[in-house]
Design a protein around this ligand. Structure first.
Ligand code: CP
Ligand code: NVA
Length: 331
């Protein structure tokens, strides 16, 4: 790996250069191949990793756990009701204690300022496993998947559909700007991203050759797309908003009609997951009973289609998170 990232936190892609992002993706591909070949170099032997979760997780938690163990480190899960964090002990004090015992800290939770506060006080690398504002480790997995499927990132036409102001939309917009993509957010106007963040992305785009388009027009937004990406309409912590979101986002469901509007047959479908594509969940069933719809952000047909690469993408969470831990911790 060309970049030296040792000791750095990974809070968001704004802090990382295109070269550094590219190096992390290349290291991810390398560690993926090593694992497939049965090679386990144990680069993080004797390291201890704290996994601090205020919100639920399947992929991120499992990715950090498996990646740490593969590399010889010890991961310790600290759930929101397990420790004094936030209730009896401040972010700064918790960070200083964890930093004395652990070599790296993963945080998933609500306020982005919390992960920044941890990083400020811990004295060891802190990795953002999702906040209300950003989900940068997911973007690395998404970009690795695109590279595997399409061979390159610069110039990829990428359309994010749905809640255009959530943590995924924000992180993908910054990542795409850095990597020189033709990036579109296709969303109802009321769910457009914050103007200041769009401006930041547009400034980065001038350097990288990216283009950033924010539109509510589906036909224009998905035309020529190499990647169609969506996420849940209601993110963790916003659960009271289902009715309003369904009302405004139903026309933005990714379905066969929308995929056809790309004009390409090899457009891939990505989703960070979990996804509401059928009725096999309690929430999916509740929504069906209340609103009569059997899927939300993506139809089951598209989700299960050959163009859908969501399982590769989910697996790549582990390889990319492993790369982040190695790059920031390895002696
Ligand atoms: N995509 C993702 O972060 O999944 P989890 O919420 O299961 O970690
Ligand atoms: N936007 C989603 C992403 C889940 C991985 C959420 O925050 O719930």
């Amino acid at each position: 790996m060309k970049s030296n990232l040792k000791g750095r936190s990974f809070l968001g892609l704004l802090d990382y250069s295109p070269e550094e992002i590219n190096d992390l993706i290349e290291l991810s591909a390398q560690v993926k191949k090593e694992k497939k070949d049965g090679i386990f170099p144990r680069r993080l032997e004797n390291k201890n990793i704290a996994l601090l979760f205020e919100k639920n997780s399947t992929r991120t938690r499992c990715a950090f756990t498996v990646a740490a163990i593969d590399e010889g480190a010890h991961p310790e899960f600290l759930g929101k009701n397990d420790i004094q964090f936030g209730k009896k002990e401040s972010v700064a004090d918790t960070a200083r204690v964890l930093g004395r015992m652990f070599d790296g800290i993963q945080y998933r939770g609500f306020k982005h300022e919390t992960v920044e506060g941890l990083a400020m006080h811990a004295g060891v690398p802190v990795w953002n496993g999702l906040t209300d504002a950003f989900h940068p480790t997911q973007v690395l997995a998404d970009f690795l998947t695109i590279k595997e499927q399409k061979g390159y990132l610069k110039g990829i036409a990428f359309a994010f559909i749905g809640d255009g102001r959530n943590n995924m939309a924000n992180s993908l917009m910054i990542g795409a700007a850095k990597m020189g993509m033709d990036f579109r957010i296709v969303a109802p106007t009321s769910l457009f991203p914050q103007a200041a963040l769009v401006e930041t992305a547009q400034k980065i785009a001038v350097q990288s050759g990216a283009s950033i388009t924010i539109t509510n027009d589906i036909t224009e937004g998905v035309r020529g797309a190499d990647v169609i990406y969506t996420d849940v309409w209601v993110s963790m912590g916003e659960e009271e908003q289902f009715e309003e979101r369904i009302k405004i986002l139903l026309p933005y469901q990714v379905n066969a009609d929308m995929m056809a509007k790309t004009g390409k047959s090899d457009t891939i479908f990505l989703h960070c997951l979990p996804a509401f594509h059928d009725l096999n969940t309690t929430v999916g069933m509740e929504i069906y009973e209340k609103f009569g719809i059997d899927a939300m952000e993506v139809s089951n047909e598209v989700f299960e289609s050959k163009n859908s690469k969501v399982w590769d993408e989910a697996e790549n969470r582990m390889h990319t998170i492993k790369a982040v831990m190695i790059a920031t911790l390895q002696d």
